[in-house]
Design a protein around this ligand. Structure first.
Ligand code: NAD
Length: 514
């Protein structure tokens, strides 16, 4: 049966994806102010990156939906009194959402693998981490405290926090359920409504999350999900006068643009942006451990990770030996569909994104770089329809080359030599980004020195790409503004309020016309 918007039942599932997606009851609807309905925006087609087949379609949102969702969010807060629910009452809802995510782990994982190409191992872990985020924020909310501050007069002074109203949350396609949870859980915990704008390349998981939230008893209207283009729906959300805070994860150019919108409105904004993170190998490192960590750090998620350790600095005394070992290990990585449990490097999000990565590698070649492995689409005919790219190691350039400057967001690492700590720190910091850094050494004093000297939001020593919701996450320079996660994460969705209460009962000096 054709829908009124002309999409046959809104869903087209190719044979290869059918087995996976049949387990997931996709809706071709958006979620506006507590109501599921067909969008009236352009058609969003979700393509299975492993096969190139469209597996689902829906009509996206339009800017008018933003008005309705924001007004609905304000109304929902007022009608339900969500902002006045006691912390343990809101926390109970968050815990039920966590239960719902856990109960739906396999559905979420299958959906996200079909939508983004990621391995099932990774998408299962992302769903588990999203549940953990809701549970952690519930605990943080229940134990959050205000302060009675030292008084400087005959009064008691309280430092408290209160909800902001409606929060706009804009997310990218590379880890949808985890990015969603990282924003929606603390924003709801803080007593706000949330209008989420998921990416057009991977909108389904956020819509599924909205259903889990509803089933968990989240009052209707507190969460809207409006998939649609950033330039229209995303900007309308950022510009809306009743959106009190914007939280964004995505590219640096987009983030900078949104920061300008936020500046005009004087709206607080949290930005989690791009990276070009250095991973450093000293000559005293455990080589096998470093090789394994570098492979995981740059090639997991097919390199489509903001924290990918894409600039590998190796101490000159071991450079050639280490590079040979790294290239051999990279050639052994298994490229394949995310549904194959043996796969390590899955397809990229779309063929057009893959082609963009390939073009950057070609440009580096033209500029004199040596491609030591990868640098091409796999020749395996079984992979011909997917958005695959072989994991790639590049050398023979210096840190000023474009391939060392620009975020590639694909399975590409550049290896560079360094001489000593001063040379290393200068090169590592010679980038506009400041998101993450990895250090491989057996000398912990040196690791500590380098960790302090490299400008980055997160440093891993003898490990990489490990995360904990209890540990704050942020970027410096062009990698971001503000912090997510951790106990203080909830407060970034609240306004600070101070209250003075007189205890003296005597008139202030100007009483009686003094
Ligand atoms: P993107 O900036 O193109 O899009 C991100 C989101 O912003 C999408 O939902 C998109 O529709 C929306 N958007 C785009 N233009 C907009 C506009 N003008 N106004 C409002 N919204 C707009 O980024 P992407 O390609 O989806 O994601 C990849 C980028 O995200 C990479 O740079 C990566 O490093 C970054 N990222 C950062 C982190 C982090 O935590 N620092 C995590 C994941 C991804």
């Amino acid at each position: 049966m054709n829908s009124s918007n002309g999409i046959a039942d809104g869903i087209v599932i190719d044979q290869a994806s059918r087995g996976l997606v049949d387990a997931v009851d996709l809706l071709d609807e958006i979620f506006v102010a507590g109501h599921w309905r067909q969008g009236s925006g352009a058609v969003i087609s979700s393509v299975d990156p492993a096969t190139g087949e469209v597996f689902a379609q829906l009509h996206g949102a339009i800017p008018d939906d933003v008005d309705e969702a924001v007004a609905g969010g304000l109304r929902a807060v007022a009608d339900s009194g969500w902002d006045r629910w006691l912390p343990h009452e809101r926390a109970a809802v968050l815990r039920r959402i966590a239960d719902g995510i856990e109960a739906n782990n396999e559905r979420i994982a299958v959906l996200q693998t079909t939508d983004t190409g990621k391995t099932l191992t990774e998408t299962r872990a992302l769903a588990a981490s999203a549940a953990g985020t809701f549970r952690y924020m519930a605990a943080a909310l229940e134990t959050m405290e205000g302060a009675i501050t030292p008084s400087r007069g005959p009064y008691v002074t309280f430092a408290t926090h209160e909800p902001m109203g409606v929060v706009g949350a804009i997310t990218p396609w590379n880890s949808p359920i985890a990015s969603d949870a990282q924003k929606i859980a603390p924003a709801l915990a803080a007593g706000n409504a949330v209008v989420a704008k998921p990416p057009v390349w991977a909108p389904w998981v956020t819509l599924l999350l909205a259903r889990i939230c509803t089933d968990a008893g989240l009052p209707a209207g507190l969460l809207s999900v409006l998939p649609g283009p950033g330039r229209t729906v995303g900007e309308a959300l950022a510009e809306h006068p009743d959106v009190a805070k914007l939280t964004f994860t995505g590219g640096t150019d987009t983030g900078r643009h949104l920061a300008h919108i936020a500046a005009d409105k004087l709206m607080p904004v949290t930005l989690e942006l791009g990276g070009k993170s250095p991973t450093i190998v000293f000559d005293d490192a455990d080589i096998e451990q470093a090789v394994a960590g570098i492979l995981y750090g740059v090639f997991s998620s097919s390199g489509q990770s903001c924290i990918a350790g894409s600039r590998v600095f190796v101490q000159r005394s071991i450079h050639d030996r280490f590079l040979a070992r790294l290239v051999a290990a990279t050639e052994d990585l298994r490229v394949g569909p995310g549904t194959d449990p043996r796969t390590q490097v899955a397809p990229m999000i779309t063929r057009s994104h893959r082609d963009g990565v390939a073009a950057m590698v070609e440009a580096a070649r033209t500029q004199g770089a040596t491609v030591l492995c990868g640098g091409e689409i796999p020749s395996n005919p079984e992979l011909a329809d997917g958005a695959y790219y072989r994991p790639t190691i590049i050398a023979g350039v210096d840190n000023s080359a474009d391939i060392c400057r620009e975020e590639i967001f694909g399975p590409v690492a550049v290896v560079l030599p360094f001489d000593d700590e001063d040379d290393l720190v200068e090169q590592a910091n010679d980038t506009v980004f400041g998101l993450a850094c990895g250090i491989w050494t057996s000398d912990y004093r040196r690791a500590w020195r380098i960790a302090g000297a490299v400008r980055a939001g997160t440093v891993w020593i003898n490990t990489y790409k490990q995360f904990s919701i209890s540990t704050p996450f942020s970027g410096v320079k062009d990698s971001g503004l503000g912090t997510e996660k951790g106990r203080e994460g909830i407060k970034s969705y609240m306004n600070q309020k101070s209250i003075y209460v007189d205890m003296a009962g005597t008139p202030l000096p100007w009483a009686g016309g003094a």
